[in-house]
Design a protein around this ligand. Sequence first.
Ligand code: GRF
Length: 196
Amino acid sequence: MLFLARPIKLGVLISGRGSNLEAVLNAIEAKTLDASVEVVLSNKPDAAGLAHATRRQIPAFGINPKTFESPTLYEEHLVTLLKNHQVDLVVLAGYMKLIQQPLLTAFHNNIINIHPSLLPSFKGLHAQKQAFDYGVKITGCTTHIVTEGMDEGPILMQTAVPVLDTDTLESLSQRILEQEHLLLPKTIQHLKEKFI
Ligand code: GRF
């Protein structure tokens, strides 16, 4: 059986605080995840999460899509950076932008996303609030392979989080986030063991 005998090389895309990126980096440092983060890219040049990379001397780029003539040229630039860093797997960790053809083609089936609900329920923005407002008794988080549709694509792993009678949106969101921080490294490690 073929298997990847070295750490899997990750390119992580973020847009904000980057707590999921930090969870991945922590899991690598704790040796529970056999991976390396080769490059971090953000569509928001001022994303706080970029600091998790720069602090560790990991190449990090904040790239404003508006400085490109088209969304396609922007994504082609991302592909070039990811390929230059010999990335195996692209991880969307709070990347708040729809993925388009250049990335989907260049990393076919090798882009994953984490979403704060039990998909296919509550796709899109503010998934925790959608679930809370709907009144579900169980929600959670999902990792999945990225395809053209937003928050679609084959599900990899899920963790259920019960909604407590005492929950506020904030307390529920915090418990989901804690589970995301476990689920994302676990999913990557699982994929790494299957990667050829
Ligand atoms: C997470 O809840 C993730 O599921 C969603 O965006 C949020 C990003 O948080 N896609 P962070 O930037 O990783 O802290």
